[in-house]
Design a protein around this ligand. Structure first.
Ligand SMILES: CC(C)(COP(=O)(O)OP(=O)(O)OC[C@H]1O[C@@H](n2cnc3c(N)ncnc32)[C@H](O)[C@@H]1OP(=O)(O)O)[C@@H](O)C(=O)NCCC(=O)NCCS
Length: 384
């Protein structure tokens, strides 16, 4: 930015860092205490003692469910898991080399037109709640069956009686997962479900602030989540850990990476400067999983990177780092890590889209103009 432009806007904050961009009741990040609450409830309690379904209900319906409400919600999600054949037709048309984030983005585009409430105004609150439940219910089916299609396998029928976590793992592997695997995976979905005005949620809110529909908002969110500075970081973190390969190699690798000013994926966060609250819990889960599977390689690599990053850069891991090796230990293919983030985060996107639409004002910030002005138009034949 030129000095003149900067002087005109002394409060300008690149990347909108620290800029309040809206009011929300959905989640609160306390950077100083490294805590995260969804509608007033600590995310650790929800991950440890609750379930993804309870969390999704809380985000969409604005209170923790009673047992009867939860049972009814789970039944509705189970009944809504199937997707139209047109979604599978579209997924089959995508090159098998495409990243699954492209597949899930496309799947939602196709799905949108089949929603029974597609004709309702975007500000219809009750229709938006129904859409949100369908969006949440079908996410796991589309990611897991999209994976099957990409591998040349047929989609499987989703199982209505299973939880979101169990149904996803069942569809992905074609076999029912054990209870411990489901618990670990479910906790990760809870931690990934919502996170304030992050880039993708903000994109979702910007989209619906034009009075566009919930699906369009979710697709904007997914498109924004794909990047490696955001949701894509969990996949990049795992590739990095595998590149490091062994604890013996870790110190030399991180020394070289820092010397050559590489970004270390899964470290740092715009909001948390004293550690990502979700990362503390996910690291505990990932370590327990490492002990259970008898594979301590990733934990040892992690400890060396964590110590070095804190000492040299003052940076902590974010949730994507422990989630990456937890997913690897669960046998999940790396290119599904960010789509799994989608399976969880559609609850947060939907809650934010509904909140925006319930009390909407178009989001339209201004740009600080920094280009040429008042040039004389020269006819093309006379340009040198
Ligand atoms: C998340 C992230 C984008 C936040 O970015 P931000 O708030 O804009 O912070 P910046 O990128 O401006 O970083 C501030 C400083 O810390 C450094 N830094 C931040 N994260 C870093 C990382 N992961 N590795 C190495 N250095 C990092 C930057 O290089 C910069 O240093 P400098 O001032 O010497 O140039 C950033 O930490 C990052 O790129 N992390 C890796 C990707 C990731 O894990 N994303 C998932 C987020 S949940």
């Amino acid at each position: 930015m030129s000095a003149t432009a900067a002087n005109q806007y002394p409060n300008y904050s690149p990347g909108l860092e620290g800029v309040p961009a809206g009011i929300s009741r959905i989640s609160e990040i306390d950077s100083d205490r490294s805590s995260l609450q969804y509608r007033g409830y600590d995310v650790h309690d929800l991950a440890e003692r609750g379930s993804y379904e309870e969390t999704a209900f809380l985000l969409i319906h604005e209170h923790l469910p009673t047992q009867a409400e939860l049972d009814a919600f789970k039944a509705r999600l189970g009944a809504e898991r199937q997707v139209p054949e047109a979604v599978y037709t579209a997924l089959r048309a995508i090159p098998s080399t495409a990243h699954p984030m492209e597949a899930i983005r496309t799947a939602y585009s196709v799905l949108a037109s089949f929603d029974p409430d597609d004709d309702k105004p975007s500000t219809d609150h009750d229709a938006n709640i129904r859409k949100a439940e369908r969006i949440i219910a079908k996410a796991g089916t589309m990611v897991a069956n999209g994976h099957r299609i990409q591998k040349g396998l047929d989609p499987l029928e989703p199982r209505p009686e299973l939880s979101t976590a169990a149904n996803f793992l069942y569809l992905m592997n074609g076999a029912e997962p054990d209870a411990q695997t489901v618990k670990t995976f479910d906790a990760s979905l809870t931690l990934y479900a919502e996170h304030g005005f992050n880039a993708s949620t903000f994109a979702c809110r910007v989209c619906v602030s034009t009075l566009s529909d919930l699906y369009s908002g979710v697709i904007s969110g997914i498109s924004t989540l794909k990047g490696p500075l955001h949701g894509g970081a969990n996949e990049e973190a795992m590739k990095m850990i595998l590149e490091i390969g062994s604890p013996e190699n870790a110190q030399a690798w991180i020394d070289d990476a820092l010397a050559t000013k590489k970004k270390i994926m899964g470290f740092g966060h715009r909001e948390y400067k004293k550690g990502d609250s979700r990362s503390f819990y996910m690291t505990k889960v990932a370590k327990e999983l490492s002990i259970q599977t008898g594979n301590m390689t990733f934990v040892k690599i992690a400890e060396i990177l964590e110590k070095t990053m804190l000492e040299r850069k003052g940076l902590y891991t974010n949730v994507d780092f422990p989630a990456a090796y937890a997913y690897y230990l669960l046998g999940i293919p790396i290119d599904l890590y960010t789509p799994i983030f989608v399976v969880a985060r559609v609850a947060g996107y939907s809650a934010h889209a509904i909140e925006q639409l319930d009390n909407n004002r178009l989001i339209r910030p201004k740009a600080i103009f920094n280009g040429d002005a008042n040039l004389t138009y020269v006819p093309i034949a006379e340009r040198g």
